[in-house]
Each structure stands twice: as C-alpha cells, then as structure tokens.
Design a binder for this molecule. Structure first.
Ligand code: PLP
Ligand code: NAG
Length: 523
C-alpha cells in the first residue's frame, strides 16, 4: 500500500550515469565505452576470483583440484558475455550499455534472478526449516508451506490489481501464469466451467457445441486455446473491426444470433484492450451489454494494454473493464517487468479452484494446520510453478503506482511525438488515422521512387510491400536500430513502432526517422 505514495522513479538513481545522456537508438554511443566497461569488469573479476590475496588466509587458498573457482569464473564470464551480446545485431552492438535495457537492468533483472535463485526466502517459513526445497533449488509456489512469502505477495498483488480493475474491494480470484497466451487459455477454461461444470469430469460431450468470439485482429492465442482445449479452431468466430481495429459491437450481436440459429452455444467473448498490431481498445461497455443480454462470459485481454490501468490519464480506454468476468494483464509487456509475469484475474471468487483443483492428497492435504485456502497452487494447471511475483512486487514497491503511471504516460507521450512528427511528413502514410490509443504507431514509409504512383495499382502495392522488410534488413546490417513490420488483412507490410521503454528520448525517435529515410530513400 505504500507503493502509492512512493514517487521514487528510476531516473533519480541513475540519471547521473553518462549513458543516460545518450539515446539508445543513437549511433554515437561510443564503442570505446564498451571496452572500458568490460576492461573494468575483468579487472574486478580478477580481484574477485583469482584469489591473489588468499595467502593471507590459508583456509581460502584454492588448490588445483578445487573447481569451484573455475566454475565461478566461467559462470561469471559467460553471464557477462551473454549480457554484452544481448542487443547485438550482425555482430555489432547497438549501445553500451544497452539503453533499451537500462531501465530494466537496474530495477528488475536482478530481481528476476534473485527470485529464481532464492530459496532463502522460502526458508523464511518456520514450517520449512529443513525442507528439501530450502537451499537446494529455486523456489516453487505450489503450496503456502513451501513458499509462504511468495504466496502472500502473490495474493496481495492480485488483490491490488483487481482493485485497479475496479472490482469492489479487490475481491475475486486470480493467479500468475507463464504468459498472456496461458492466461487467456485460463479464461476460456473458467468460462466453460462456469456454464458447463460437468465438462471437468465428463469431457466435452457433456456440453453442446460451444463457440468463442474474438476480434479478427486477435492475437493467435485464442485460436490456439480453442484448438488445445477441444473447442476446435473452427468454433472460434472472428469479429469484424472498424478502421482503427476495434471490434464492431453490432457485428458481434449478428454473429451470436447466427450461431444460435445453427443450434450452437455462444459461450465467450474476448474483447481486447490494446491489440497487438494496432494497439486498439475494443468498446468494452457495448460488448458487455451484449454479453449480459446473451448470458455470455466476457474476457478482456489486456496482455498488452493492462499497464494503462496504472495511468489516470489513459485508463479511460478501459472503461467498462469492471464488467468483465476475467482480465488478462501482463506486467511483463508494457510495464517492463522481465519475462515471465502475467496474471489472469477473475471477478468471481472460488471459480478458479473449482475449475482446476484436483486435490492431490500428497500436496494439498485438507487437514493441514494452517488455512489451506493459501494453498493456491491447485488453482493452476501447472504443478511446480515458477515464482513470478517477487520481481513485480518489488518493482511496484520501488516505483510506486505513480512510478508506473509516469512510465506509461512517458511512453504514450513519446509515441504521440512520433505520430505528430510523421503524420504530415512527406513520404509517410499512417495505417489508421487519429492519435494511436496505445503506443503502437503504424505507418508506411514511401520512398521517393514510389511517390506519385497510383496507390491502388498492383505494382505500387507490390513495391510498397517490400519496402519495410528491406529497410529493416538494412538496419540490421548497419547495426543501428530495429523496428517491427507486418502486413494486416489487405494492407501490405507497414512499420509498427511500439515504445515500452520510458528511458527512450525524443532524439531516439528522431534518429529512427532519420535512419528510415537514410536507408529507404534510394529504394
Ligand atoms: C502478447 C500478447 C498475448 C500473449 O502474451 P504472452 O505473454 O506472450 O503469452 C496475448 N494477447 C495480446 C493482446 C498480446 O499482445
Ligand atoms: C483475445 O483477443 C486478443 C487480441 O485481440 C488476443 O490477444 C487473445 O489471444 C484473444 N483470446 C483470448 C482467449 O483472450
């Protein structure tokens, strides 16, 4: 709860570093700096691990047969090598240290590592002093007795997230899962359990033919869920979207009626808050009206958009989200928490355990000496579960909700800067009109050789389709920057710039545009 009042931001601890004065996309990050850093590191490494001073205390002198030193050295240098090669393209490093990662380096990579390696927190349990998990491997979170601290952190954080969604007093259910695709899959399973609980024991023959609805702009994970869970991908109906990629509610209603007429059962609607390509927010309230009318489950996929709930300026895009039955929210995307960290949040309490629990007698004994409702592991479809909560919990504590809000607002401001910069600039065309709802800025760069051609001609389309991949390839060859591209429906390849790093600067955006023009104008 203190998180709210803590305004401490990333920058206050790290702005003094010289790398903070340079943009991460800019070429002028000096390679000399890199040499200096790794040089300094190997010096330190020497002092740390070669034990030159070990004569002082013979107990610490290493012998040839003691491999621990070698192992540590190897481990350390391979981590460093891995680290420094992370943002390398075609053998050239983008920046040193990689600015695109700096904001996460200091605040959360080590936390991720800490949680993965910390059995010590596990062993804080008085119940667990001599357990085989303590000190022997990374923690898992299946029962309270095994990971009491992490289980409580998870419960508190989920509650806080539900409060942000707007469910009264943060009541409800939820669990952290390995990613948005799995969280979405949970939502489909819970919906099926809610309306057809017998499927849990009797299988799909206990239900009529069930149909799921989602946007044609959907991430492919819903189709995957449909196939994996035995609905069949043909029973996933795609909804038409408007020019900006938002689901059209009247199309949803028409398709529901069509499905009912065929004698099938419309079960589940997936609204997207921040679609993957356009960053579009579906009109949740209107979709919720339809779901209520036809007694269907409403899921809101905020895998990408969830972070906007932290921003007083932008959370209106989620208007109606409190009417959803379930919400996916991935702190590991927009909010910069290291993979993996995704939550499925459910409005109805108890339904998640109802759906998934198997009550295995060797883990989840009902007669334990503590309140077994804290044994949250049985809600999951996993058994051993990676501890994803620690890094997020600590990051929230450190940045505060206000820190996240600044992070989100900053990224959206930058994307608006990009949008303003190119929307009337010669040689650019926006894929959809108007200020983007999320940080996704989708645009074509039209090289001079194509300007003035008939934009509807086949030749123009074919040529334009090749422009973005070519520019990106040139970017990778020159090792300066990268930006994603893809086609969408009838639209040929376009660039999709997304910003989730609040350490980026306007000069980075300027650099990106300069690069596109430098590499693209001769095409
Ligand atoms: C990324 C994304 C997903 C999948 O999330 P993962 O964590 O990568 O599994 C689902 N839905 C949307 C809208 C996404 O952007
Ligand atoms: C819902 O739609 C979004 C994108 O539009 C997609 O990412 C997600 O996988 C879909 N499916 C489910 C089950 O939520």
């Amino acid at each position: 709860t203190q998180a709210h009042t803590n305004t401490h931001t990333l920058c206050s601890t790290s702005c003094s570093s010289p790398c903070y004065t340079l943009g991460f996309l800019q070429k002028n990050n000096s390679l000399g700096e890199e040499g200096r850093l790794s040089g300094a590191l190997s010096e330190r490494q020497k002092n740390l691990f070669t034990c030159e001073n070990s004569d002082r205390d013979v107990r610490f002198r290493r012998t040839e047969t003691d491999f621990s030193n070698m192992f540590r050295k190897l481990l350390f240098s391979s981590c460093w090598n891995l680290w420094t090669s992370l943002p390398t393209i075609s053998g050239r490093r983008l920046t040193v240290p990689p600015r695109s990662l700096t904001s996460t380096i200091r605040t959360s990579y080590w936390r991720a590592w800490r949680a993965s390696t910390s059995s010590y927190l596990t062993s804080l349990s008085p119940l667990n002093k001599s357990s085989w998990t303590a000190g022997t491997r990374s923690s898992t979170a299946f029962t309270y007795e095994i990971a009491p601290v992490f289980v409580l952190m998870e419960q508190l954080t989920l509650k806080k997230m539900r409060e942000m969604i707007g469910w009264p007093s943060g009541e409800g259910d939820g669990i952290f899962s390995p990613g948005g695709a799995i969280s979405n899959m949970y939502s489909v399973m819970i919906a099926r359990y809610k309306y057809f609980p017998d499927v849990k024991t009797k299988g799909m023959s206990a239900a009529p033919r069930l149909v799921l609805f989602t946007s044609e702009h959907s991430h492919y994970s819903i189709k995957k869920a449909g196939a994996a869970l035995g609905f069949g991908s043909e029973n996933v109906v795609l909804l038409s979207t408007d020019e900006r990629g938002r689901v059209i509610p009247s199309d949803l209603e028409a398709k529901i009626l069509d499905v009912k007429q065929k004698g099938y059962h419309p079960l589940f609607v997936n609204a997207t808050a921040g679609s993957t390509v356009y960053g579009a927010f579906d009109p949740i309230n209107e979709i919720a009206d339809i779901c209520e009318k036809y007694n269907m489950w409403l899921h809101v996929d905020g895998a990408w958009g969830g972070g906007l709930l932290m921003s007083r300026k932008h959370r209106h895009k989620f208007s109606g989200v409190e009417r959803a039955n379930s919400v996916t929210w991935n702190p590991h995307k927009m909010m910069g928490v290291p993979l993996q960290c995704s939550a499925i949040l459910v409005r109805e309490k108890g339904i998640l355990s109802g759906c998934n629990s198997m009550c295995a007698g060797y883990l989840f004994q009902p007669d334990k000496q503590y309140d077994v409702s804290f044994d949250t592991g049985d809600k999951a479809i996993q058994c051993g579960r990676h501890v994803d909560i620690f890094k997020f919990w600590l990051m929230w504590k450190a940045k505060g909700t206000i820190g996240f809000e600044q992070h989100i607002d900053r990224c959206l401001d930058l994307s608006q800067y990009l949008y303003e910069k190119i929307r009337n600039r010669e040689g650019y065309e926006m894929v959809f009109q108007g200020v983007p709802q999320h940080t996704n800025v989708c645009f074509w760069y039209i090289p001079p050789s194509l300007r003035g051609m008939d934009p509807n001609s086949q030749e123009y389309r074919e040529k334009l389709h090749k422009v973005a991949p070519k520019i990106k390839a040139l970017m990778m060859e020159s090792g300066t920057t990268m930006v994603g591209y893809q086609p969408q429906g009838q639209k040929v390849n376009f660039f999709r710039m997304v910003i989730s790093n609040p350490a980026a600067l306007q000069s980075d955006i300027d650099f990106l545009i300069d690069e596109i023009e430098r590499l693209g104008h001769g095409l």
